[in-house]
Design a protein around this ligand. Structure first.
Ligand code: NAD
Length: 289
């Protein structure tokens, strides 16, 4: 069997089309253009590229984008004051602090992230949004796992009653992925670094999500014939070579559908950030009308 390729650009395009329609509706109904503010502290070159991509994507689609660049030596209080200003800024509906923060702010990361208003927390990392996701209330959902779910939905892949296995239990991918699959009535198992007999568990999965951060970690013998394999991993193995967590060449021979890396889930993360910014604007408008 050769698996169907789930290409990120196809689904990202569909999500962006819906975002465009919602932007038009927000303009005509409330007269607003949603705004996203991204704060970057310091000179991390990878972070600069990510922030530039987010800014470009917002501009392309018609979301107001504000990038706030703070010097490496910026203090915690200064950053918190900037976040407070943005929490109150009516032009801004989504706030994102680009991670990682400089070393001197590492200990304050939780306090900084939690100071973002939950209503504007387009990363979906605030405890209020994490809790709402866990109890099935409407919330802002972390972009990468949300993108995986949107991809499954748009590809018409049934989750109801299916056996899903997530490898990885991070707060930004594995745990929200668990809640999202559970909410769609999958029977979900979360595996992690202490899991015994991993291959035995993964080979029962109808839907297998890998979010480990180890190149080629998921091998052919770990995958059930016909399974849907979602590869969240992004691993740089050479200067210009990115690979996922799945041994793509071997696994595509047994899987029913598979996401490539690059060109898979990664493309959906920014699309979902745009979606979340519009959603935050919709929720803010509804609650104040
Ligand atoms: P993380 O390091 O926080 O978590 C990795 C998880 O893998 C942990 O929960 C750990 O228990 C598990 N793990 C490690 N070794 C294992 C083993 N031997 N067996 C089973 N489980 C094991 O990573 P993360 O932030 O969740 O990211 C995971 C991957 O996804 C990374 O490659 C990251 O770059 C990528 N990622 C991609 C996007 C995107 O936009 N596509 C976004 C976020 C993360």
């Amino acid at each position: 069997m050769t698996a169907k390729l789930l290409e990120g650009k196809v689904f990202a395009g569909q999500i962006k089309e819906t975002v465009r329609q919602e932007l038009t509706a927000l303009k005509s109904e409330y007269g607003i253009t949603p705004g996203l503010a991204v704060i970057i502290v310091g000179e991390n070159p990878a972070s600069r590229v990510y922030v530039a991509n987010k800014h470009r994507s917002c501009e392309e689609i018609g979301i107001y984008s504000k990038v706030i660049t703070l010097a490496e030596h910026t203090g915690k209080d200064e950053l918190l004051a900037e976040i407070m200003r943005l929490n109150l800024d009516e032009r801004i509906h989504g706030i994102l602090v680009q991670l990682p923060l400089p070393d001197h702010m590492k200990n304050a990361e939780k306090e900084i992230m939690n100071s973002i208003s939950p209503a504007k927390d387009v990363d979906g990392f605030h405890p209020v949004n994490v809790g709402k996701l866990a109890i099935g209330e409407e919330s802002l959902v972390p972009c990468t796992p949300y993108g995986c779910i949107k991809m499954l939905e748009l590809a018409g892949i049934e989750m109801n009653g299916k056996r899903a296995v997530v490898i990885g239990r991070s707060n930004i991918v594995g745990k929200p992925m668990f809640h999202l699959l559970l909410a769609r009535n999958a029977t979900v198992t979360v595996c992690h670094s202490r899991t015994h007999n991993l291959a035995e568990i993964t080979s029962q999965a109808d839907i297998l999500v890998a979010a480990v951060g180890k190149p080629g970690f998921v091998t052919k013998d770990m995958v059930k014939s016909g399974a849907v394999v979602i590869d969240v991993g992004i691993n740089r193995i050479a200067e210009k070579k990115l690979v996922g967590d799945v041994d793509f060449q071997a696994v595509k021979e047994v899987a029913g559908a598979i996401t490539p890396v690059p060109g898979g889930v990664g493309l959906l993360t920014i699309a979902m950030l745009l979606h979340n910014t519009v959603k935050a604007a919709q929720m803010i408008c509804k609650s104040s009308s």
